[in-house]
Design a protein around this ligand. Structure first.
Ligand SMILES: N[C@@H](CCC(=O)N[C@@H](CS)C(=O)NCC(=O)O)C(=O)O
Length: 232
């Protein structure tokens, strides 16, 4: 068995994605929770300055997509990337949709006005009290700036409600035929989508949208069970 260490922020959907990939492949791993106060030092290990990265028998692999593909190459069974070329392309496209579109909704909603305090408690649970008070406004401003620059953060609440409902209807529809969004078994696309979408449901807008969709709840439960989900 390889020696695998996952460097993570436990609350990050990308780190959740890597935990699920490793768990689905039955690969034992340790986690190292990166201290919030030491974010600038991530760059010493990963030039993009982002988490997750893993150490696989001493070799660093960064970015959740590259990690998933590297794991697939090293441990092909059970597969997470479909063998059929069109299904493979679809799985990768949907994974990217989750990482690059759903991600901004989860960021904007979980760290927005309505839900910031609750989410911050999870993010900062390892920090001493006095540091929490100093970091909270910086983090709030950082998320506001990032999501406003990207665009989702400029939308009024009623538009976000409609967007989330539409995105959830898309996921519900994609999985309707087989229980999975591509082909007839779990793929990296299901993992990427569920990691981001479940973060969206941590917000009030997301929880309300999910409550109206029993089939989506069932899909989340299915993917959670197969990937031994350990959400924070
Ligand atoms: N494309 C990257 C995204 C990773 C990412 O955005 N990580 C965030 C946490 S959710 C991060 O490390 N942010 C720290 C920073 O940007 O300074 C992946 O798939 O791994």
């Amino acid at each position: 068995m390889p020696q695998v260490i996952l460097y993570q922020f436990a609350v990050s959907p990308f780190c959740d994605k890597v935990r699920r990939v490793l768990a689905y492949k039955n690969i034992p791993f340790e986690t190292y929770e990166w201290p919030l106060a030491e974010v600038p030092r991530i760059q010493e290990r990963n030039p993009t300055g982002k988490l997750p990265f893993i150490e696989w028998d001493g070799q660093i692999i960064a970015d959740s997509t590259d990690i998933a593909l590297a794991v697939e190459e090293r441990v092909p069974e059970p597969p997470l990337i479909p063998a059929d070329p069109v299904e493979r392309a679809l799985a990768l496209a949907l994974e990217d949709w989750a990482d690059e579109s759903l991600y901004f909704y989860e960021m904007c909603l979980r760290f927005g006005e309505e839900d910031f305090d609750r989410t911050f408690l999870k993010v900062a649970r390892t920090l001493p009290e006095e540091m929490r008070a100093a970091i909270a406004p910086m983090l709030r401003e950082n998320f506001r700036h990032v999501t406003a620059t990207q665009g989702v953060g400029r939308k009024p609440k009623d538009q976000l409600v409609r967007d989330v409902d539409r995105l959830f209807s898309v996921i519900e529809c994609l999985q309707q035929r087989t229980g999975f969004v591509v082909g007839d078994s779990l793929s990296l696309a299901d993992i990427a989508i569920v990691c981001q979408a479940e973060c969206i449901t941590d917000s009030r807008i997301g929880a309300d949208a999910l409550a109206r969709r029993p089939a989506l709840q069932e899909y989340f439960r299915r993917v959670d069970a197969l990937t031994h989900a350990q959400r924070v």
